[in-house]
Design a protein around this ligand. Structure first.
Ligand code: TYD
Length: 217
């Protein structure tokens, strides 16, 4: 594939807190800037002024799991309409730090909230829109906890115990099993350089695949 040959792709990055996702998003962004005319990097909850305001509430205000779910889907609705869909329509590659798999993992898995309700909200809000590829940084919660211990003050999710993150991890595993063509699982327990190599190889394989066929969906 030649330079600027990747367009109109929606990529999401997922994993439990402490997986090292942010560092690897930087690497993916740099790599993609060589291959795409426009890269839009964004995050959830967030990505628009309204969604960023909702993010601050979700991360720091006490609330139950239904309220949490409604707020992340409200933020997602605004993010899709005002940022993601217009970017994809322009032909940009959208690099999103978390998307709906995080809702199934954190609210569905971690909080034990009803996944059927989440599926209905997903249908209403997304109207069939899903990431083309999801890079899942998977690692044991104990390893992630050790990494988080060295980081900044925890938010409402980062302060949860290991059992919570075991359920979040299981939530991601269930979503990956349900849509194996979309998910790329990366072994995030390895050191940063090794994880970056896995990621860049997966991106290269994705781009090579686009050269042979239509975009994944
Ligand atoms: P995170 O993406 O880890 O950002 P940072 O690196 O700045 O801490 O933080 C977002 C938190 O929000 C994370 O703990 C997971 C949580 N979250 C949900 O609970 N549900 C969701 O649908 C999304 C998108 C995130």
């Amino acid at each position: 594939m030649t330079t600027a040959s990747v367009h109109g792709l929606f990529l999401s990055f997922e994993g439990i807190d402490g997986a090292g996702k942010s560092t690897h998003l930087d690497a993916a962004e740099s790599w993609l800037r060589v291959h795409a005319a426009e890269v839009v990097r964004t995050r959830e909850p967030g990505g628009t002024p309204l969604a960023e305001a909702l993010r601050a509430l979700v991360l720091h205000e006490p609330m139950d799991a239904l309220t949490e779910s409604l707020l992340v889907f409200a933020a997602r609705r605004d993010h899709l309409r005002r940022c993601i869909e217009p970017a994809l329509a322009r032909g940009a590659v959208v690099l999103c730090d978390r998307f709906t798999d995080a809702t199934f993992a954190y609210q569905g898995g971690g909080r034990g909230f009803d996944r059927d309700v989440l599926s209905r909200l997903e249908d209403w809000v997304q109207q069939g829109r899903q990431p083309d590829r999801t890079f899942w940084f998977d690692l044991p919660p104990a390893v992630a906890a050790a990494r988080r211990a060295a980081a900044r003050a925890p938010d409402r999710f980062e302060s949860q115990d290991e059992a919570f993150f075991e359920r979040v991890r299981a939530g991601y595993a269930a979503r990956a099993a349900a849509d194996p063509g979309r998910f790329v699982r990366l072994d995030a327990a390895q050191d940063t350089g090794a994880v970056r190599e896995q990621l860049l190889a997966a991106l290269q394989a994705m781009v090579d695949g686009l050269g042979r066929a239509e975009p994944p969906r």
